[in-house]
Design a protein around this ligand. Sequence first.
Ligand code: SAM
Length: 354
Amino acid sequence: MTRHEIIVGTSSDMSVIATGSVDLIVTSPPYPMISMWDAVFCEQDPAVGEALLGGDGMEAFRKMHRILDGTWKECDRVLARNGFVCINIGDATRTIQDEFRLYPNHARIIQKFMEMGYSVLPDIHWRKPSNAPNKFMGSGMYPAGAYVTYEHEYILVFRKGGKRHFNGAERLVRQKSAYFWEERNEWFSDLWDIRGTSQTHAGTLPGRERNASYPLEIPYRLVNMYSVEGDTVLDPFAGLGTTGLACMIANRNSIGYDIDAEIARAALSNMDRGVDVLNAVIDSRLKRHLEFLEGLSDEERSRCYRNTHYAFDVKTKQETVIKIDRLCQIRKTKSGFICRYDNSDSLQDGDFNT
Ligand SMILES: C[S@@+](CC[C@H](N)C(=O)[O-])C[C@H]1O[C@@H](n2cnc3c(N)ncnc32)[C@H](O)[C@@H]1O
């Protein structure tokens, strides 16, 4: 069973969450110096608005990050030792008082986590190609006044303390939570080519136009990469609850914070999907594995191992007890959902093979 909650309030005060009780943080904050987020920062500190009006871009950048710092400090308090933090952030380009420049959000956040004593781990470039005809900025074909177009964002990865150790029963949970070899090869590459949000459901929700949801694939991968079943995942900037949704599918508990009550309501609506919709994500993951197996040569196939639950081949011994529990019930609560999973050890033939 897992629990999923959306809390309305600023994540610079998450006092209802016990110290050290969160295993993983997956989030995407409002991006400093991207104009769609100006109002959100100004509401939290009017001095941001004064800096922008006064044409002092760097001062506005500094003040916006100081607001985010309040949340990072609380994240540090609630995160367990050896826990991970994954932050999706884009840098901003902006012209203020005729001066065009880059505001390096990712560098500023890395600096903050280094100051807090975290290990900085290799990050991921999420490539989001733009087809906009006017995507190139500046002096066109004339040299020395044109600017490179940014078509990527970052997923920064930090760890608090050293490696996490799994003892006793935890080791079994870890083995069951493993991912497939071919998923490892894709997920642990530093370049992710994933189209912008594909949440068709989210597109119809109030607040969507004021939000910037990441595609479900992003938190779903991160949750599988950096936590195990039954862990608790926090998103301090929950938006439409995409991280929570990924956790419902991945059998992890989740807590989301959003400062905007309307967006928090929209998150609960976005997360309110049927069991079948969520299980379809698991089914397509298993289907992709079967397709991967079909592409192997006989020789490669002969070197495979057998997964004990699904009775299909896997590339390595580490994958032999993977089992991705399917959801069997989702119950709504006042501020979220409770999910139950099919923990039985037998899966009907064809459950995912369609
Ligand atoms: C980039 S969006 C997150 C989008 C989310 N990843 C999704 O997939 O929908 C950032 C969110 O942070 C919220 N926010 C901004 N400042 C906040 C704060 N101090 N505490 C909590 N939420 C905040 C905004 O209302 C917005 O919904």
